[in-house]
Design a protein around this ligand. Structure first.
Ligand SMILES: [Zn+2]
Length: 87
């Protein structure tokens, strides 16, 4: 998990997704997307979702990030979308 969630306030209207290297693995269900503790980490409900998604992709949950989805490219996170921001 990174702290990139803190930099995405402007994109708050887009759904959140569990991402790995900018690729969307799974969209966070609505109702679960506000589940953060005071330290900014996902709480137990959200973390169990992240863990299950990561496991499906043979990843550690710590290798994933919860990011806003690109509004044009639902398979990419907004901050890492190569189609919108070519490297
Ligand atoms: Zn994009």
């Amino acid at each position: 998990m990174s702290d990139s969630i803190r930099r995405q306030d402007a994109s708050a209207h887009m759904p959140l997704a569990v991402c790995h290297n900018g690729r969307v693995l799974a969209t966070v269900p609505s109702g679960m997307d506000g589940q953060y503790g005071e330290d900014g980490r996902p709480n137990a409900v959200l973390w169990s979702f992240v863990t299950s998604v990561a496991a499906r992709h043979w990843l550690s949950p710590d290798d994933t990030e919860i990011l806003v989805v690109c509004h044009l490219h639902p398979n990419s996170s907004a901050v890492d979308c190569l189609d919108c921001e070519p490297a």
